[in-house]
Design a protein around this ligand. Structure first.
Ligand code: S3P
Length: 443
């Protein structure tokens, strides 16, 4: 991706959204499958891997750390891992591009290996906080050789020769932070414990169990979890099937809700309860979303049928945020097509995503004629039924702002243009073709 050559794109009203599609594999599980495969001796096969830029960076980094990572077919990958603590000293800085998940998880994995590595990323990633992962990892014995001002990238970390298991009470609701500690804890003797006040996505825990580690997870307080990992397990290679990413499915799903006369089936969407905050919220707003067929293969999965719906504004509680943290930009689009006020509470973490997503989301709506306010960490949207549109949205190299804005333009009176569509490929390769195949006008 060359940031000096932006590729603008415009979405406008066309026919209904109709058809049946499967969006690409889940980003969170794809990163984790590659990293756990690299930490396992033997061959791990991954099917349905998300072949987006973010995940491809993680694949490259696992290679740089000594694992053999091969693409053997369409979304089929094979990883020959080096084992826990077995990473090789990388020759160059590890470049994670735009990917916060990739870099934070890899920092955790490297913290438990006797190597020194430099982590870096693009301008957006260099602006995001890394100190939150360094704090617990230093307690586990990793040493920060260098870190840019404010706890940012680039940073150089010397992994612990003898990692120390810790009990860590996480100060932020972050699955990336939890996962970094658990991945480092794999190399530590004894129990590593993470306590979270708000439960976050549990794909790391599920996959660790799938690879044979002992992990327990118990309720903690009203909304939290206490996760205990038994260190130094014998990980066994295991086949991983990656379900469709609910955070990607969210875009065509909301398009089908707001574009008149639409009916869309989204196949095999992961419905892990720690990822379904958007579905719960949209259903409260009156969305017609039917689970056609539910199944379970390590993660809950359902085919979802979505039909155009009259939506009403709702109050979204802050404790729901971890289960829909990436979905606020597209929920904001749905809310601007609803009747009445939607208040989304407790969105502090949105400020440190690929962009300041709280501000970027508000700006996206405002330039398209929607009345919107930020009050503290809350976003308040005055639903209008059908906004005017006609604005040009600044995406700030944020893939989710880009996709949300385009979905908005499929329903607004006037077209919506985005300044750059290139970063969509970080999480949703083939997005434009998929959307066109179900009837949307993107040009
Ligand atoms: C992710 C966790 C979330 C989310 C990100 C993916 C993960 O970030 O925003 O897209 O795979 O663990 P935080 O852990 O920083 O909330």
């Amino acid at each position: 991706m060359n940031p000096s050559e932006p590729t603008p794109l415009t979405a406008r009203q066309g026919g209904p959204i109709l058809g049946r599609v499967r969006v690409p594999g889940d980003k969170s599980i794809s990163h984790r499958a590659l990293i756990l495969g690299a930490l396992t001796v033997g061959e791990t096969t991954i099917t349905g891997l998300l072949e987006g830029e973010d995940v491809l960076r993680t694949a490259d980094v696992m290679r740089a750390l000594g694992a053999r990572v091969e693409r053997t077919g369409d979304q089929i990958w094979r990883v020959h891992g080096v084992g826990i603590g077995g990473f090789a000293q990388p020759a160059n800085a590890l470049d994670f591009g735009n990917s916060g998940t990739g870099v934070r998880l890899a920092i955790g994995a490297v913290a438990g290996a006797a190597v020194t590595a430099t982590f870096d990323g693009d301008e957006s990633l260099r602006g995001r906080p890394m100190q939150r992962v360094l704090d617990p990892l230093q307690k586990m014995g990793a040493r920060v050789v260098h870190v840019a001002d404010g706890g940012r990238l680039p940073l150089t970390l010397k992994g612990a020769t003898h990692p120390i298991p810790i009990v860590y009470e996480s100060p932020v609701a972050s699955a990336q932070l939890k996962s970094a500690v658990l991945l480092a804890g794999l190399a530590a003797p004894g129990e590593t414990t993470v306590i979270e006040a708000e439960a976050t996505r549990d794909h790391t825990e599920r996959l660790l169990k799938h690879f044979g580690a002992k992990v327990t997870s118990k309720a903690h307080g009203d909304h939290g979890r206490r996760i205990v990992l038994q260190g130094q397990p014998e990980l066994e290679p295991a086949a991983v099937m990656v379900p469709a990413d609910p955070s990607s499915a969210a875009f065509p799903l909301v398009a089908a809700l707001i574009v008149p006369n639409s009916e869309l089936v989204l196949d095999a969407v992961m419905t892990n309860p720690l990822r379904t905050g958007l579905l719960a919220t949209l259903r409260e707003m009156g969305a017609n979303i039917e689970d056609l067929e539910k199944r379970d293969g390590g993660e809950e999965i359902a085919d979802l049928c979505v039909r155009t719906s009259a939506l009403k504004g709702v109050d979204v509680p802050s404790e729901r945020a971890p289960s829909m943290i990436d979905e606020y930009p597209i929920l904001a689009v749905a809310a601007s097509f609803a009747e009445g006020v939607t208040r989304m509470r407790g969105l502090k973490e949105l400020r440190v995503k690929e962009s300041d997503r709280l501000v970027a989301t508000a700006d996206m709506l405002r330039v398209n004629g929607v009345t919107v306010e930020i009050e503290g960490d809350d976003l308040i949207i005055q639903g209008k039924g059908r906004p005017a549109g006609g604005g040009e949205v600044k995406t700030h190299t944020d893939h989710r702002i880009a996709m949300a804005a385009l979905m908005m333009g499929l329903g607004t009176e006037n077209p919506v243009r985005i300044d750059d569509s290139a970063f969509i490929a970080t999480s949703f390769p083939g997005f434009v073709d998929l959307m066109r195949s179900i009837g949307s006008d993107l040009a």
